[in-house]
Design a protein around this ligand. Structure first.
Ligand code: ADP
Length: 271
C-alpha cells in the first residue's frame, strides 16, 4: 500500500527489471517555459498492460508521443527493449540519435489514436497490408495472411473488401487496431481510442482491446477515461497529475482505494 502515493524515485519497480521493455529515466519535457513532464521514471515489463489516467493536460499524451518519436524529451532517456530511443551510445557517451536509428527503434512501437485515419480509397484489407509491405518489406502474400489473421481477431474479416466509409466508427477503429497489430509491434499505445466514438460503439472497441490484452504477449500503454476498462485490463494504473506520477499501483488499490485527495476528486467524476 505504501507504494501507492508515489515518490518519484521509487517508480523503478523491483518486479520489472529482468524483463524490461520500456524505461523512462529522468524524462522531462517542456514547451517554452511550461514544464509538462517533470523527471518521469517509469519501467514497463514485457507483456505488461499499463493504464495512464489523469486530468486533461497532465502529460499523458506527451509520455506516449515521446515513445512514438513525435516529441523529443527535453532531458532524460527512454529505452525500448534495451536500446536508447532518442540517443545512441558512441565511445561511452550519449549522443543524439539520427533519423535512421529513430526509425529503427520506432519500428517496435504501434499506436492507435482517437482518430482512426484509415485510407478512404483503400479497402479494409489494403489498409492493413500497405504498411507491412512498404515499411517492413514483407511479401504481399505474407502481408495478406497477417492482415486476415488480425482482421479475424478484431471480428472484421468478413468486411475486408469493404471501404472505410461503409463501416461504423467502432468498426473503423477496430480496423485501425488490426492495422497496427499487423506490424507486430513490441509495444502498443492506445490514446483514448474510444473518445471520438458514439457511446454505443465504445463497448465493441474496448472488448477487442481486452481480447488482445488477454493473449498476454503484447505490451500495452493505454490512456483512457474508461475507469472500469482500466480496472479490467491494466496490471498497473498510473495517475498523472501536473506532469508527475502522483499515485500508482495495481488497479484495485489505485482505483478503488485512492490515497490522495487529487485522485479521489478525479475519480469522483466517473461515479
Ligand atoms: P494529457 O494527454 O494528459 O491531456 P498532454 O500530454 O496532451 O496532456 O499535454 C500536457 C500539456 O502540454 C498541456 O498543457 C498541453 O497544452 C501542453 N502541450 C502538449 N503539446 C504541446 C505542444 N506541441 N506545444 C505546446 N504545448 C503543448
Amino acid at each position: 500500500m505504501s507504494e501507492q502515493v508515489a515518490n518519484q524515485t521509487d517508480i523503478q519497480t523491483e518486479k520489472v527489471t529482468d524483463k524490461l521493455i520500456v524505461r523512462y529515466k529522468g524524462v522531462s519535457k517542456s514547451f517554452g517555459d511550461t514544464t509538462v513532464l517533470n523527471q518521469l521514471d517509469l519501467d514497463i515489463a514485457k507483456g505488461e498492460k499499463i493504464a495512464l489516467i489523469g486530468p486533461s493536460g497532465s502529460g499523458k499524451t506527451t509520455i506516449i508521443r515521446m515513445l512514438m518519436t513525435l516529441e523529443e524529451p527535453s532531458s532524460g532517456t527512454i529505452e525500448v527493449d534495451g536500446e536508447m530511443l532518442w540517443h545512441k551510445e558512441v565511445d561511452g557517451k550519449l549522443v543524439p540519435a539520427d533519423e535512421n536509428h529513430l526509425r529503427k527503434v520506432r519500428g517496435n512501437i504501434g499506436m492507435v489514436f482517437q482518430q482512426y485515419n484509415l485510407f478512404p480509397h483503400m479497402t479494409i484489407l489494403k489498409n492493413c497490408t500497405v504498411a507491412p509491405i512498404n515499411v517492413l518489406g514483407i511479401s504481399k502474400a505474407e502481408a495478406i495472411t497477417r492482415a486476415k489473421e488480425m482482421l479475424e481477431k478484431v471480428g472484421l474479416k468478413d468486411k475486408m473488401d469493404y471501404y472505410p466509409s461503409q463501416l461504423s466508427g467502432g468498426q473503423q477503429q477496430r480496423v485501425a487496431i488490426a492495422r497496427s497489430l499487423v506490424m507486430r509491434p513490441k509495444v502498443m499505445l492506445f490514446d483514448e481510442v474510444t473518445a471520438a466514438l458514439d457511446p454505443e460503439l465504445v463497448g465493441e472497441v474496448l472488448e477487442v482491446i481486452k481480447d488482445i490484452a488477454s493473449d498476454g504477449e503484447t505490451t500495452m500503454i493505454l490512456i483512457t477515461h474508461e475507469i472500469d476498462f482500466a480496472r479490467d485490463v491494466a496490471d498497473r494504473v498510473f495517475f498523472l497529475d501536473a506532469g508527475k506520477i502522483a499515485e500508482y499501483g495495481n488497479p484495485e488499490d489505485v482505483l478503488v482505494n485512492p490515497q490522495s485527495e487529487r485522485l479521489k476528486a478525479f475519480l469522483k467524476r466517473f461515479n
